[in-house]
Design a protein around this ligand. Structure first.
Ligand SMILES: [Zn+2]
Ligand SMILES: [Zn+2]
Length: 221
């Protein structure tokens, strides 16, 4: 069956996201998604907990800061250390049973992996709804995927609930974790959706700033 999965979402466990577990499931359902990958920065705790608490299909993952840039590992439930070389990070993701995705390879201000991508990767995120500048980052990522002959996927890189599902991956698979991962590796997938509208990007920054102020007040008092 044809499924829609946002393969790149951050929760409050990322520190820089305001998406609570409740938000995640609420907006994923509202957008008509069938699955969401939780890819918190350098940790797997949230994904594990949320997956255990909901009947919505969660793909446990993480976004690892390697020396070369950010790498998303899907189906990874153990912590991969940050700061390792690109090669070693991909190897660790594979030995943890996961697949390695070159996320937002050419987005500015994101710790993008660009020229460090190798044939070892399993897929390239050619649509990342948060990336800037969206068009050129996407077309460079498409070229990269073509050069390495790798499957293309899409995700939002959401840090704010209402943007979940603006970009996603269409996969031809059974509705379970293994089915979706296998479909990505076998290229039974295609990225869809587009860029987060400017209005929502501004809203996101505003909400995050309010949360930061609130936490600061709490620490001061
Ligand atoms: Zn990133
Ligand atoms: Zn991310």
């Amino acid at each position: 069956m044809e499924l829609k999965a946002d393969l790149h979402v951050h929760t409050t466990y990322s520190g820089d996201s305001i998406i609570t577990p409740e938000d995640l499931v609420f907006y994923a359902k509202k957008r008509g998604l069938n699955a969401v990958a939780i890819t918190d920065h350098n940790q797997v705790e949230g994904a594990r907990k949320i997956a255990a608490e909901t009947d919505f299909l969660i793909i446990p993952g993480t976004e690892v800061s390697s020396q070369g840039g950010h790498i998303v590992g899907l189906n990874v439930s153990e912590q991969i250390p940050k700061g390792l070389s690109t090669d070693e990070t991909v190897d660790r993701i594979h030995s943890a049973g996961g697949i390695a995705i070159a996320c937002h390879p050419y987005a500015l201000f994101k710790g993008s992996i660009g020229k460090h991508v190798t044939q070892k990767f399993d897929a390239v995120e050619t649509i990342n709804a948060s990336s800037f500048p969206f068009r050129s980052a996407s077309s460079k990522a498409e070229k990269l995927a073509k050069n390495f002959n790798l499957p293309c996927v899409g995700g939002t890189d959401a840090h704010y609930g209402p943007v979940i599902g603006i970009a996603y991956t269409i996969v031809n698979a059974e509705l379970n974790l293994e089915g979706i991962l296998e479909a990505v590796v076998k290229r039974q997938c295609q990225p869809a959706g587009g860029s987060i509208p400017l209005r929502m990007r501004v809203e996101n920054q505003g909400r995050f700033f309010m949360k930061y102020l609130k936490n600061r007040r709490k620490r001061v008092s």
